[in-house]
Structures are given as structure tokens and as C-alpha cells.
Design a protein around this ligand. Structure first.
Ligand SMILES: *[C@@H]1O[C@H](CO)[C@@H](O)[C@H](O)[C@H]1NC(C)=O
Ligand SMILES: *[C@@H]1O[C@H](CO)[C@@H](O)[C@H](O)[C@H]1NC(C)=O
Length: 492
């Protein structure tokens, strides 16, 4: 209960406060970087506070958590190199209402340890971010040493690893995935899986290349849905054998979503992620004049309009646990490290197999999805913030508004806003385009607050946070998964 003598560092009055469980008109008092109190609307109007923000009835939510962001990664496949580093990527994040990101620490295949990759990523991120952050470790070489380090990852606050079923330099054999899953089960780690069948992809690519079908649009042709749904089914089967929790990243195919849904219905610890590109882009976006289509090359690829409907349905009905950006920015107009590195003299429209895979999207994720009006505000908070926090061991410090417990990370939207077009120039990333150029949105974050500090104030200063304010957040095990007994091979 609010007492007249309480004082706050910041008070947000009269918001339509939305969490994953309910919506109500409240005031929020913030002290020492934490949510201190939720009180009836306008009851904190006269409270002592250093800063008062009137939300004017606009939506006030826990800040966005983008659990899939690629920043400052070394060149792993061909020539592409991330255009965004921890500074520009997190600057872009806060302007789009995201208060915590989880980026990646990739183990190079030639390394037997994981810890060097983690050290390197932490070194790059340290004192460079505008928002709070954590890291997933990508396991490209599950040596005995690497597996033995999973316990150290947990001690260092990392409770997730990622494996790939495709990309030559990252692809693991099924037996290697089993090694990872078994160790992950033992140490309370969630395994993220990029589920595309790399061998089928390589074969399809050869078929297309031998027919000189090289343009960007053939990137989609090279990756039919079966390649994703087969790998998803295989990933789930491997997870089932070990009984370990898995998250299928960036699902684009409704057929894969259906397989995931069945596994969930059968009680398996299978979680799924989708991304804005699978509800806003289609294969048409890769079929553009010249090389333009390369801007929307990402993997798995955007599919058809009716597939988008299947993905929305999966978001609405709970098949998808989280929605992340998979922000993976490559310059378009750059022949050294960008999309245009796939253009050669004999292939003026580029060779799709060499186009760096990925699109920027950390800033547009929240406004695009909210503006689409397809999810209730509570569902929106669930997949954008609360579930990523629970899944990856950040809850309830993040993803909730629990007084005395949760960090005061908020995104505050406008009570009303005239629709406007997204332009690249209005964004804060470091790349030279957005796949959403010209798209209408009806909402944009008005304020972003991290641990009680306003870091984004759209009408008065824009980015007002400081580089280096962001902190590394130590994560615990997934809230979705309790301790598991030792795996028993004899039960089979
Ligand atoms: C939920 O969505 C998934 C993914 O689109 C779909 O396969 C499934 O049929 C849906 N289930 C229900 C009950 O609507
Ligand atoms: C795209 O936007 C970014 C961020 O505002 C800017 O740095 C870049 O110059 C823009 N590029 C183009 C081609 O508009």
C-alpha cells in the first residue's frame, strides 16, 4: 500500500498496464531500479518522485526481451560479417522497446573449448550496450572438453546453447546433437535447434546451380518446407530420446509448427520461436528486380501468404512460446562483407548460395507485431517478454512487473498515434536498409525504461540512454523445466 511519505525515483501514472496475465489501469512507482508498487490510477500523482511520466492511458508493458539477436559475430559462412555490433544493435533495440537482448557466442569449429567464445563475446559486449544482455553459446564442435564446460556455462549465468542441423561449418551429426542434449539435460541447459536438413539443402542447391538458376529468389526454392519440417521432426525425436527441453528457433513452416504442436500435446518439453519475417514477408519479397530480393534472404525463408496465417494461428494458440527478431544484419550495398559479396562477374544477379543469410529487425519487432493487431495485448507481452524470460531463466527479474522483485524495465506506448511509414532512415541500426521500408505501423514505443532509467524518449531526445549502461544478466535454468533425474539408457 502506498504511504504518502514514500518517495520514488520515477513514477509512471495512468497507464493501461499489461502483463502476461492481466490488464488494468495502474500507476507504477519505481525505486532503486526495481518496480516498487502498482497502485490505482492517478493515486501516485502527488507522490514524491524525481521523475513523473504520464502514460495518458497508453499501454505500459514489461520491456521487450529479444532472445535471438546476432551481433558482432565473426565471419563463419563465406564473406558476410555482421553490420551491427553490440553498440548499434542495442541502440536499435531500445528505440524499438526492447530492454534485454540475448545474443550469441559462436564456438568456431576448430576450437575444442566453448569458454573462449564466451569470453570473446563478453569482452565485445562489455561497456558497449544500451540495454541489458545475455548470451547463448553456439556449439559447433561438441568435444569432450566442450561438453564438460556446460557446468561452467551455468556458473557463469548461461543456461542455453544452440546447435545447427545445417550450414557446413556448424552442422552437427545426429549423434553429436544427442551428446549435446544429454549434457544439457544433466546441467539444466535448454538446447536451441536450427532445424533445416543441411544435406537436402546442399542437394537442392546443386540442382538449381546446375540449371543456372542463381537469382536471390531461388534461395526459397532451395529450402522447401519439407526440409524444415523433416528436421523439426528429427530434432523433436532426438529430444524425446533424451527427454531434454528443446526450442526450435525461427519456425517459418506451418507444417513444422503442426509437428511441434503434436509433440507439445503429447507433453514433450518442446518450445518454439517464430519471427516477424514469417508473418510480414513472403517469397515474393525475394523475387524483386535485380538483386533487391537479397535484402530479404534469411533462413528458413519467408513463405506464402497462407503460410503466414498458419504462423499467426500458432502464435495465437500457444504453439509458439516466443517471438524473436533473429536480427542478423548484413549491409546490402557492400561487396566485401555484405549481401553484394554474392555478386560476381559471371553472375551479375548474384549466386543465392553465397548471399549472407539474415535480415535486420531488432528495432521493428515490437511495433510491427503490436500494430498488426493480431495478438491480444496480453498474448503480445507473453511472447515478446514474459515467455522469453521464463524460457531462458530471466524470470521474474525480467518479463514481469512484480513489486520488489522485477527490474523496472518498461515499454510505454502512445495512447493514440497517427499511422506512419517505417523508413530505414528513422531506425538506429548500423545497416543500410530495412526489409520493412514503407510499411505502415500504428504504434511505436514512446518511452523505453531500463532499471528505472529512461533510455528512449521518442518525443524528447530519442536515444537518451548511454552506451555502457546495459549490464550482463546472469540467467538461471528455464522456469519451464524442473530438475530431471539421470538419463537411463536401460529403459529402452
Ligand atoms: C495451433 O496452431 C498450429 C500451428 O499453426 C496448428 O498446427 C494447430 O492446428 C493449431 N491448433 C488449434 C487447436 O487451432
Ligand atoms: C539506414 O539507416 C541507418 C540508421 O539510421 C543509417 O545509418 C544508414 O545510413 C541508412 N542507409 C540508407 C541507405 O538509407
Amino acid at each position: 500500500m502506498f504511504v504518502g511519505t514514500d518517495s520514488f525515483d520515477c513514477v509512471v501514472i495512468d497507464g493501461t498496464v499489461v502483463t502476461a496475465v492481466d490488464t488494468g489501469r495502474y500507476d507504477i512507482g519505481i525505486k532503486d531500479g526495481k518496480i516498487a508498487i502498482l497502485a490505482p490510477a492517478r493515486s501516485l500523482l502527488s507522490a514524491k518522485t524525481s521523475r513523473l511520466i504520464d502514460a495518458e492511458g497508453g499501454l505500459v508493458m514489461p520491456g521487450g526481451i529479444d532472445a535471438h539477436v546476432h551481433l558482432a559475430e565473426p565471419e563463419l559462412f563465406g564473406k558476410g560479417r555482421s553490420a551491427d555490433d553490440f553498440e548499434s544493435g542495442t541502440r536499435s533495440a531500445i528505440a524499438g522497446g526492447t530492454t534485454t537482448i540475448i545474443a550469441f557466442a559462436p564456438q568456431p569449429r576448430a576450437e575444442s573449448s566453448l569458454l573462449k567464445a564466451l569470453d570473446e563475446a563478453q569482452e565485445k559486449a562489455k561497456d558497449s550496450t544500451y540495454c541489458d544482455y545475455s548470451l547463448h553459446v553456439i556449439v559447433a564442435n561438441p568435444t569432450r572438453q566442450a561438453l564438460s564446460e556446460f557446468a561452467t556455462l551455468r556458473e557463469r549465468g548461461v543456461s542455453s546453447v544452440k546447435v545447427y542441423m545445417t550450414y557446413e561449418v556448424l552442422q552437427l551429426r545426429d549423434s553429436q546433437i544427442l551428446d549435446v542434449l544429454l549434457q544439457a539435460r544433466t546441467d539444466g541447459i535448454t538446447t536451441m535447434i536450427h532445424a533445416e536438413n543441411g544435406d537436402v539443402l546442399a542437394w537442392m542447391t546443386e540442382q538449381l546451380e546446375s540449371r543456372l538458376l542463381l537469382a536471390p529468389k531461388y534461395h526459397v526454392t532451395s529450402r522447401p518446407q519439407i526440409l524444415e519440417s523433416e528436421a523439426t521432426n528429427r530434432a523433436i525425436s532426438l529430444g524425446q530420446l533424451i527427454g531434454a527441453p528443446i526450442l526450435i528457433v525461427h519456425v517459418s513452416s506451418p507444417a513444422a509448427a503442426e509437428t511441434i504442436r503434436k509433440a507439445q500435446t503429447n507433453g514433450l518439453p518442446v518450445y518454439a520461436e517464430t519471427c516477424p519475417q514469417y508473418v510480414f514477408l513472403t517469397r515474393e519479397d525475394l523475387d524483386q528486380p535485380g538483386f533487391e530480393g537479397a535484402k530479404c534472404v534469411c533462413a528458413p525463408p519467408p513463405r506464402d501468404t497462407q503460410d503466414q496465417e498458419g504462423i499467426w494461428r500458432g502464435l495465437q494458440n500457444g504453439t509458439f512460446t516466443i517471438l524473436s527478431s533473429d536480427h542478423c544484419a548484413f549491409y546490402y550495398n557492400n561487396a566485401e562483407i555484405g549481401k553484394k559479396s554474392a555478386i560476381t562477374e559471371d553472375a551479375p544477379l548474384g549466386r543465392f548460395r553465397y548471399i549472407p543469410n539474415g535480415c535486420p529487425g531488432v528495432e521493428t519487432r515490437m511495433p510491427l507485431i503490436l500494430s498488426a493487431g493480431r495478438l491480444t495485448p496480453q498474448k503480445f507481452v507473453e511472447v515478446m517478454s514474459t515467455n522469453p524470460a521464463k524460457l531462458y531463466g530471466l524470470y521474474p527479474q525480467k518479463g514481469a512487473l512484480i513489486p520488489g522483485v522485477s527490474d523496472a524495465d518498461l515499454v510505454i506506448w502512445y495512447p493514440q498515434m497517427a499511422p506512419f511509414h517505417i523508413t530505414n532512415a528513422s531506425l538506429h541500426h548500423n545497416v543500410d536498409y530495412t526489409p520493412y521500408e514503407g510499411r505502415h505501423v500504428s504504434q511505436w514505443p514512446r518511452y523505453t525504461i531500463i532499471r528505472g532509467e529512461v533510455v528512449w524518449d521518442r518525443d524528447s531526445g530519442g536515444i537518451v540512454g548511454q552506451k555502457g549502461y546495459g549490464q550482463f544478466v546472469k540467467r538461471t535454468r528455464s522456469a519451464f523445466c524442473e530438475d530431471l533425474p539421470a538419463w537411463d539408457v536401460e529403459k529402452f
